[in-house]
Design a protein around this ligand. Structure first.
Ligand SMILES: C[C@](O)(CO)[C@H](O)COP(=O)(O)OP(=O)(O)OC[C@H]1O[C@@H](n2ccc(N)nc2=O)[C@H](O)[C@@H]1O
Ligand SMILES: Nc1ncnc2c1ncn2[C@@H]1O[C@H](COP(=O)(O)OP(=O)(O)OP(=O)(O)O)[C@@H](O)[C@H]1O
Length: 282
């Protein structure tokens, strides 16, 4: 089998607590990650040369900076096939939006090429390779709704009630590094000692991001009319949790023109993992 198409799904941080800052500057987090059935489309086609090429919606990212390219390159030492790959990208997730698009693309590339190139690496090793590309990549390699600790690499699978979400991108791009290096970011939230609820958790980046980017504050105020709402990651996307597809459609239909949005249900297992499992059965 020489080709495979997978969806690199969006993630949401249903909560995001910052517990500590390490000496290397990275932050110790506690965060509940879930996956939405919505994402970038990546089509992998093996080629007879040994090149890695990316076509499609690469925007202005140089090939060598693209996390998809970096992920493919990281697997070169393990590949058992004398073949290259052309990866065609349809970008649906906002960049720098807090939904982990780049990390999800990278993880999906590792998962796909591990199979297509017959690298035979297990998920633990793929996650270790993924962590060198970004703190969020292991979450997508694991592919299960989970509470992450450490910088995002220690994962405990959790069962939660899955809902519909309307995710809104307020058209501001936020640099993760800018938020994590800001002096006003709270960095000492204690670890959760009880069960997670929306009421006893928060996103520790939210207050700072709202102050720096008033558009994010406006977005959250607007979403709160419809249900429990929160920012994901370091923003800019914000989400509202809803009980049905119909409610989610209604919120999307009322979205102000200045913003972009999408709706999707969350799922215990990422769409890329479900698609890969059925491809492997074919
Ligand atoms: C905040 C989250 O979006 C939550 O899902 C992620 O932890 C961010 O993950 P990511 O985008 O994959 O992050 P990386 O590309 O590894 O790091 C971007 C920048 O964010 C900061 N960073 C990131 C993760 C972390 N646990 N502590 C940090 O301080 C670092 O300054 C780093 O330079
Ligand atoms: N394939 C890619 N897709 C998106 N961004 C990429 C990709 N490759 C490299 N990047 C770079 O990574 C940066 C972060 O992109 P991403 O969409 O993952 O942000 P994010 O959603 O805020 O992530 P997170 O929630 O993990 O912080 C982009 O600004 C872009 O320069």
């Amino acid at each position: 089998m020489n080709n495979l198409t997978l969806t690199a799904p969006a993630k949401l941080n249903l909560f995001l607590h910052i517990n500590n800052q390490r000496e290397d500057g990275y932050h110790e987090l506690e965060s509940l990650f879930t996956f939405l059935d919505f994402g970038d489309e990546l089509e992998f086609n093996l080629t007879d040369d040994d090149q890695i090429s990316i076509i499609g919606d690469t925007n202005d990212i140089k090939t060598e900076d693209n996390l998809i390219f970096k992920a493919a390159q990281a697997l070169l030492p393990y590949k058992q096939k004398n073949q290259g790959v052309t990866i065609s990208l349809k970008k649906c997730l906002p960049m720098g939006g807090g939904v982990g698009g780049g990390s999800s693309d990278a993880a999906t590339t590792l998962l796909a090429l591990n199979s297509l190139w017959q690298c035979h690496l297990d998920l633990q090793i793929l996650a270790e390779i993924g962590l060198t590309l970004g703190a969020d990549v292991p979450v997508f390699i694991n592919g299960k709704t989970a509470i992450a600790q450490g910088v995002g690499e220690k994962l405990d699978t959790v069962e939660i009630e899955h809902k519909w979400y309307c995710v809104v991108f307020p058209n501001v791009h936020i640099s993760t590094a800018k938020i994590f290096t800001h002096p006003d970011l709270p960095r000492n939230t204690p670890k959760l000692t009880s069960q997670w609820y929306i009421q006893n958790t928060s996103n520790d980046c939210e207050a700072l991001v709202k102050k720096l980017y008033p558009e994010v504050e406006k977005t959250l105020q607007w979403l709160l009319k419809y249900g429990p709402s929160r920012m994901t990651g370091t923003g800019a996307c914000c989400f509202v949790e809803l009980d049905s597809e119909q409610s989610a459609r209604r919120v999307l239909s009322e979205l102000p023109n200045a913003w972009q949005g999408f709706i999707a249900p969350s799922h215990a297992v990422s769409l890329a993992h479900r698609q890969l499992a059925s491809w492997l059965k074919e």
